[in-house]
Design a protein. Structure first.
Length: 123
């Protein structure tokens, strides 16, 4: 199984869950994203997923691309439907990060560009 990071992007914070595990919060700044990338490398992350959030994800996806960590910006409606199907009724940032990680694990073969190469894309 590949290691997938779900990243819930907010204006000030990034909530990260690796393979649906516990959630770690980082600042949505250059320094915070550097710490996040180190965290993902320590976890041997093969793929990162986030949702579009009005542009707040751009710095993150650009830095992940530079760090050669494959990243996908996924359709929020699909992730929400998946989360509901899995029993995630509440909608909080930590739960969204966990749902994104589980979504990536479940649909990893259907997500374009996840063949261990760097790519920024939308599905």
């Amino acid at each position: 199984m590949i290691t997938v990071a779900g990243i819930d992007v907010g204006k000030a914070n990034l909530d990260v869950s690796v393979s649906g595990g516990s959630v770690v919060r980082f600042d949505n700044t250059t320094a915070g994203i550097t710490k996040l990338i180190n965290h993902l490398n320590d976890q041997d992350t093969a793929l990162a997923l986030c949702e579009p959030t009005g542009g707040y994800e751009r710095l993150l996806t650009g830095r992940l691309h530079q760090a050669e960590i494959p990243v996908q910006v996924v359709h929020p409606g699909r992730v929400r439907a998946f989360a509901k199907a899995c029993g995630y009724e509440a909608k909080t940032d930590p739960l969204d990060a966990q749902a994104l990680a589980r979504y990536g694990e479940y649909f990893r073969r259907r997500i374009p560009g996840n063949r261990r190469r760097t790519r920024i894309g939308r599905i």
